[in-house]
Design a protein around this ligand. Structure first.
Ligand code: UD1
Ligand code: CA
Length: 455
């Protein structure tokens, strides 16, 4: 069955009190509209049509993609008017209506809804609410069949007592849509062209309106203000946490865990509190992540251990390697198996081969560090001359003494040693000791200065 998806995203969102359009506000690091588009794509539709209005240029600019058709709704005259703007582009047998400010809708729910649609039947997603104030009410006849939707502001007292609310999400046979939208009027409490009036028209044309419900009411919750945005965020995070726990991750506290991107996990992973995963993160089996770690676009191979407060961005950590506490691995960092970095070590565009170690207080940028090489505390690569970046290359089994300055470009060959406090500016041949510091001298009979007394 061919499918067109229309996403309504033209509204202003006044209650956000924001310079940016409502649908661009983020949930879990992606705009609300971005989440809806992501779900829409998983249904493999023929077309995705996004109706934009307020902040249209910004929305288009932020989300432009070859598979999206942006349709401008100049004036927001109602949800029915909004869908009508997309009509010329709709060609599929079924049209599904979604909302740019309802980001948590699940693909499985939409599939159940779409399964209801035939040339003689609509699918309507409804939700039972303890307090349905503001929602359109689902009106059913004596036999329990849906006969209409009445908007809250147009509803009678008796209709307002109905707890079944309209989510707005709807799937209809495409052939009929143009005719129904053409018959809409705005003679109602809000002076708008209501998409919901299509329901009564379909029923009077002899179609059946079948309903489905979301598994969780939060799926159909929109965000009108920042408080609701925060509620969606927490709900999303809890859902993501549950998904990871189901796959074999222990979360010390699912309420203190945030995912802002796509995470794949192995089994027996342990994640302590206040960990943030951003972008594309791959975590293999038996990884342990300590508290307060921030991990972006990185891969942690089997058995990696991150200690508290470690910051990763664009790093690949090999099997059994470890970092932290308070380590910072910047883009281009590669640690091979069992490599180790300890507290206050920063790596950038640096490859540490197997079993290489930098235990404390170091900056290693644009470096290649051979297997089993040990970097002493306080060592830095002087990789930047003010104009260009240069590489520092260390062979296998090198021993860099404490507090070295390695002035790149420089090559320290296998098995070489550098003395503590050295400034290394030249190649160190294999196996040799480099001493790059002034020799100590002791001055006999030297007197400390004495304090001058004020009279
Ligand atoms: C709508 C439904 C109501 C349902 C509720 C669920 C109608 C007439 N009513 O009411 O039955 O219970 O959603 O939240 O459909 N939009 C446009 N262009 C417009 C008008 C709206 O793009 O001209 C977009 C808005 O940005 C918003 C969505 O459509 O994302 C819903 O519009 P809104 O005016 O909030 O409808 P409700 O009054 O909430
Ligand atoms: Ca609304």
């Amino acid at each position: 069955m061919s499918l067109d998806i229309v996403i309504l995203a033209a509204g202003q969102g006044t209650r956000m009190r924001s310079a940016i359009p409502k649908v661009l506000h983020p949930v879990a690091g992606n705009s609300m509209l971005g989440h809806v588009i992501h779900s829409a794509r998983q249904l493999a539709p023929n077309g995705i049509h996004v109706v934009i209005g307020h902040g249209a240029d910004l929305v288009r600019e932020r989300l432009a993609a070859p598979d999206l058709n942006f349709v401008l709704q100049d004036q927001q005259l109602g949800t029915g008017h909004a869908v009508a703007q997309a009509l010329p582009a709709l060609t599929a047998e079924t049209v599904l209506i979604l909302y740019g400010d309802v980001p948590l809708i699940e693909v499985d729910t939409l599939k159940r809804l779409l399964a209801l649609v035939t040339p003689e039947q609509l699918g309507l997603l409804t939700v039972n609410l303890a307090d349905p104030t503001g929602y359109g009410r689902i009106v059913r006849d004596g036999a329990g069949n849906v006969s209409a939707i009445v908007e809250h502001k147009d509803a009678s007292q008796a209709q307002r007592a109905i707890n079944e609310g309209n989510t707005g999400i709807l799937a209809v046979p495409g052939k009929r849509l143009a005719e129904w939208l053409g018959r809409l009027s705005n003679h109602n409490a809000q002076g708008e062209y209501y998409l919901t009036d299509v329901i009564a028209m379909a029923v009077s044309d002899g179609l059946v309106v079948a309903t489905e419900q979301p598994l969780d009411a939060m799926e159909v919750q929109g965000a009108n203000d920042r408080r609701q945005l925060a509620e969606l965020e927490r709900h999303y995070q809890l859902r993501e946490g549950r998904r990871l726990m189901a796959q074999g991750v222990t979360l010390r506290d699912p309420a203190r865990f945030d995912v802002r991107g796509e995470v794949t996990v192995g089994r027996d992973v342990l994640i302590d509190v206040n960990v943030i995963l951003e972008g594309k993160v791959v975590i293999e089996d038996d990884v342990v992540i300590g508290p307060n770690c921030y991990i972006k676009d990185s891969t942690l191979r089997q058995g990696v251990v991150l200690k508290a407060n470690t910051h990763l961005d664009g790093a690949v950590m090999g099997e059994g390697s470890d970092a932290g506490p308070f380590a910072r691995l910047r883009p281009g960092t590669v640690m091979d198996a069992r490599a180790h970095v300890g507290n206050f070590v920063e790596l950038k565009n640096t490859h540490m081969h197997e079993d290489a170690k930098a235990g404390h207080l170091a900056y290693l940028g644009d470096a290649d560090i051979g297997a089993r090489t040990n970097i002493g505390a306080g060592t830095i690569t002087c990789n930047y001359d003010g104009a260009n970046k240069w590489r520092t290359v260390m062979g296998e089994d090198v021993f860099i003494g404490s507090n070295n300055s390695l002035v790149a470009p420089v090559d320290i060959q296998a098995g070489a040693t550098t003395a503590a406090g050295s400034t290394i500016t030249q190649e160190v041949p294999a196996g040799q000791l480099a001493v790059g510091r002034a020799r100590q001298r002791n001055i006999d009979g030297w007197k400390r200065p004495e304090k001058i007394r004020k009279s």
